[in-house]
Design a protein around this ligand. Structure first.
Ligand code: AMP
Length: 282
């Protein structure tokens, strides 16, 4: 697997592959990879000739009191995981390489970024969209792979691509979970043993919500309040939000209607660690 640290190197590499008519996939990550990331790379490798993964802890998507400094990093291990999963190259730039001096251009999405994580993390999606658009311009992928774990991020990126006519196909991939249900996340490493147990309320609430939907409940308020009730029983858990929104525009929905996908999304602090989980109706 090739390892690139500069825009110039990765550009040269993909241009060469393009000349040979290879299809190129991009899998953006912040590293400290787990089976969730691996599933994206494996799928991308099945559907494309060349998979370029990026490993970059993007400083501009973290707020001032968030975990940019402490975010777990292990690039050597990440390279092994990526190579095994089928990546042909990894792009691992420095923040300097990405933003250099006098960086002043940002992607500002409205509407889809105003609810859920956008509300509690005001600078987050501006940082995400800016780095993802830069990666699209650098790697020029035919397809880019994102996890439904970050469901709002997926909706935001789909919207950005549509609005700005970015020539890339966005592929959403299912949430990969631990055996006991906890959605895999690099941030799970922050949890103490006790918190790890408490964190199960997130997936339990998702399961409860899914069961209510399967039983025919259409009233999203009823579903959300049952999910909240379950989470509130856990003393270590503090709800940031539990909400039902339209998957496309991320606006709140009061009832589940046929033909429209509703996203039930939650963000919950377990101690100091903020975790997210969600499910989407059929
Ligand atoms: P991150 O490194 O957390 O920025 O995630 C990089 C990509 O992996 C994003 O598209 C995430 O949605 C995806 N991802 C993270 N965790 C999971 C998971 N448990 N299952 C599926 N995809 C995931």
């Amino acid at each position: 697997m090739k390892v690139f640290h500069t825009v110039e190197e990765v550009r040269k590499y993909v241009n060469q592959k393009r000349k040979n008519d290879k299809t190129i996939a991009l899998v953006p990550t912040m590293g400290y990879l787990h089976e969730g990331h691996e599933s994206l790379v494996k799928r991308a490798a099945k559907e494309n000739d060349i998979v370029v993964a990026s490993v970059f802890v993007n400083p501009i998507q973290f707020g001032p009191n968030e975990d940019f400094e402490s975010y777990p990093r292990d690039f050597e291990r990440d390279c092994k995981v990526l190579e095994k999963a089928g990546a042909a190259a990894v792009f691992n730039p420095t923040a300097e390489e990405m933003y250099g001096e006098n960086f002043t251009t940002y992607v500002n999405t409205t509407g889809v970024t105003e609810n859920l994580c956008g509300k509690s993390r005001p600078v987050h999606f501006k940082g995400v969209c800016t780095v993802v658009l830069k990666l699209f311009n650098i790697v020029t992928p035919d397809r880019a792979y994102f996890g439904q774990k970050d469901a709002q991020q997926l909706s935001v990126i789909r919207r950005m691509v549509r609005d700005l006519n970015v020539p890339v196909e966005i592929v959403g991939c299912p949430i990969i979970r631990e055996k006991d249900g906890l959605a895999k996340s690099s941030r799970n490493t922050y949890l103490s043993e006790e918190e790890r147990k408490a964190a199960l309320v997130l997936s339990q609430a998702v399961k409860l919500g899914q069961e209510m939907v399967a039983d025919g409940e259409k009233d999203t308020m009823k579903i959300v309040s049952k999910m909240k009730e379950l989470i509130e029983k856990e003393p270590l858990a503090k709800i940031d939000y539990v909400e039902a929104v339209d998957l496309d525009d991320v606006e709140n929905v009061l009832s589940i209607s046929d033909g429209k996908k509703a996203l039930f999304a939650e963000a919950v602090y377990i101690g100091k660690t903020r975790l997210i989980d969600n499910f989407i109706t059929e």
